[in-house]
Design a protein around this ligand. Structure first.
Ligand code: G
Ligand code: G
Ligand code: MN
Length: 425
């Protein structure tokens, strides 16, 4: 892949030199600027054909940021070079801050001819990030090429492809390309659908662009999980509003939504409250599934926010319990209403005796702790009978349904309700 580079400098002579170094096959304006080129870079003939980059240039900070913001949506930049002083507009520091504001992992090289700030001062102002370098002017051709080569090579193929996925995902979020599916949650006592888990999808014409396991992880690492989460939560609230007339089991939410611990900041409580106020759904109709990644119980900020969400009236579920970072202390230190046993256990049934024993013991424990016990991954009627006998309240799995589209989910919910109504009558 050809490295993508942006150079922002108010000296058009320097930009021209960047063109000569990085786009040797294109003829930059030659002639009048060749004199200063020698002074700054030495000979540009050192550039090899392999040094070819996709180069973008701007002469002012604002203009450079606008170009960055537009082009990053098409493809991420590998390196951005920013001049320190660019009167009359934004200086280098302001420009860098604006760029990091929209793309926190962008690798940036600050080019400075003057020691306006010491390296330590710049670090103090800009924060300690590995994605930052200072290049003192005048610099040599080789230095520019080496920086670009090392940044590009430093990144494994995986990192580069993640970075591109992050750029695409940002566009997908902004352009409304994400969608949601809903998987039924079944009351094991009555067999009725009591609610749905909301699951995010990234598809075009029903073909996945990427699976949630991949893009949720990328969203978390590239600062996109809040925007993605806000979309999914608003879809969940809209779904809950549709289902509201059929809500019977008020101890259990109509719709749940996955929230990763990285989304847990104080803004999430405001977001949830404003959505319930806007849609008019009772807060208890929404459930928040907290994925068990890391040790939530020892993270006092995380626990505090979960408590705030619960105090506001939302139902809290602990997701994927029993695998990964499962911490038993979560069961009493964090106020979960429902615990979802990871599908791994149920999928071991009926052959695996240990899985059966663990499920049985956890079922009993959760009941004694006063939690709603939900088991995931039910794929057969035999598994269903077993988990029902172990005291689980709610089940989820392919035996009942795969995640389905919203309209189908709504029809199924009200069909189920009609059936259970006629059973009761
Ligand atoms: O739907 P699927 O089984 O492919 O989902 C894979 C994983 O992605 C699940 O563990 C699920 O919790 C997670 N996931 C799906 N949608 C969302 C979402 O909207 N937000 C978060 N944080 N995780 C999600
Ligand atoms: O981790 P979380 O509970 O969010 O995962 C939900 C995902 O688990 C769903 O999107 C779905 O794709 C998957 N899932 C749900 N039920 C089953 C099941 O019975 N078997 C398998 N293999 N996967 C399931
Ligand atoms: Mn989940």
């Amino acid at each position: 892949m050809i490295p993508r580079v942006l150079a922002i400098d108010d000296n058009s002579g320097i930009l021209n030199d960047f063109r000569k170094i990085l786009m040797p096959s294109c003829n930059a304006d030659s002639g009048d600027l060749e004199d200063i080129e020698g002074a700054l870079f030495g000979s540009v003939t050192a550039a090899q054909p392999s040094s070819h980059c996709d180069l973008f240039t701007a002469t002012q900070g604002e203009q450079g940021f606008e170009l960055f913001n537009k082009e990053r949506l098409i493809q991420a930049f590998d390196v951005v070079f920013v001049d320190m002083r660019m009167p009359p507009g934004w200086d280098g520091l302001r420009t860098i801050r604006e760029i990091w504001n929209v793309e926190p992992n962008q690798f940036i090289v600050l080019c400075s001819a003057y020691s306006d700030y010491s390296f330590a001062e710049l670090r103090a102002v800009l924060g300690n990030t590995p994605n930052f370098l200072i290049l003192n002017k005048p610099f040599a051709v080789d230095e520019v090429l080496q920086i670009i080569t090392s940044v590009v090579e430093r990144e494994s193929d995986q990192t580069r492809s993640d970075k591109h996925m992050a750029a695409d995902l940002r566009v997908a979020i902004e352009d409304g390309q994400l969608s949601t599916m809903f998987q039924p949650l079944i009351d094991l006592a009555t067999g009725a659908t009591v609610g749905f888990e909301t699951l995010c999808r990234w598809e075009i014409c029903n073909k996945p662009i990427a699976y949630p396991d991949q893009f949720i992880d990328v969203a978390e690492r590239y600062g996109l999980i809040r925007e993605l989460g806000a979309f999914v939560i608003s879809e969940a609230a809209a779904m809950a509003k549709e289902l509201l007339p059929g809500w019977q089991n008020k101890n259990f939410p109509l719709v749940t939504v996955n929230v990763s611990p990285k989304q847990l900041d104080s803004s999430i409580v405001d977001l949830l409250n404003s959505l319930t106020a806007k849609t008019g759904i009772p807060v208890g109709a929404l459930g928040i599934e907290i994925t068990e990644s890391g040790d939530i119980a020892s993270d006092s900020m995380c626990v505090g926010i979960i408590r705030d969400i619960q105090a506001a009236g939302f139902h809290i579920l602990l997701d994927d319990f029993g695998t990964g970072h499962s911490c038993l202390a979560n069961l009493y230190k964090v106020p979960f209403d429902t615990v979802k046993l990871d599908r791994e256990f149920c999928m071991g049934l009926p052959q695996c005796e240990s899985a059966a024993l663990l499920l049985q013991a956890f079922g009993k424990l959760l009941t004694q702790l006063g939690k709603t016990a939900l088991v995931e991954g039910v794929e057969t009627s035999e598994q269903e009978s077993m988990v029902r006998s172990y005291g689980y309240n709610i089940a989820q799995g392919f035996y009942y349904s795969r995640p389905i589209r919203r309209q189908i989910a709504i029809e199924r919910f009200f069909d189920d309700k009609n059936r259970s109504d006629s059973r009761a009558a």
